[in-house]
Design a protein around this ligand. Sequence first.
Ligand code: GAR
Length: 221
Amino acid sequence: MTTKRRVGVLVSGRGSNLQALIDAAEAPEYPAELVLVISNVPDVQGLARAKAAGIPASTINHKSFGSREAFEDALHDALSEAKVELLCNAGFMRLLTEGFVSRWLNRHLNIHPSLLPAFKGLDTHARVLESGAQITGCTVHFVRAAMDDGPIVAQAAVPVLSDDTEESLAARVLTAEHRLYPHALRLVASGLVTVDRERVEGMPGGLGERALFSPPLPDKS
Ligand code: GAR
């Protein structure tokens, strides 16, 4: 068994994607181990999930710092101290500056609940419903300084149903997120992917050529 990559996770809240990563990393052959969880918001569920799993967890509250740079230096120092090699944002709702992003370039993942580059930002599901889109999804991508921007590692497509509410759509997408993030981290931690001219290369194929239709095509067409 080769050495596992040391992963740090940044959270701001509920931490259900963190939980999916914790659960995946329990498998002996999983190529990553979670060594540190940091929240920028005190007392969130994500911190409790980390502690319950025996993972060191701490709060670095952005409100305690005089500048974004000072906050990010503290984050970087904590991650370096724990010898973190790969960083995962899991519901981390704070924009990071170019300085921090460049220090973690192509070693830093984010998950967003849409098929990027569509529907970046907040209130994603409400905007998807408003748009009339029939297929949405979720994306894991390498982090860049612009919000929800960067080379795409993996995506899942999720149907929008005609009677969906924001809550029902969010729940369906979240179920896909919980499968997608561990899958994407596995690929990155295994060293299978590289970034070339802002595109991810080296992904395994296998999706085939079948399109996903909504509404579904009539039988036999
Ligand atoms: C997830 O749906 C994640 O995709 C989203 O926040 C939620 C966090 O849930 N992230 C973003 O919107 C980033 N732009 P969680 O704390 O239960 O993982």
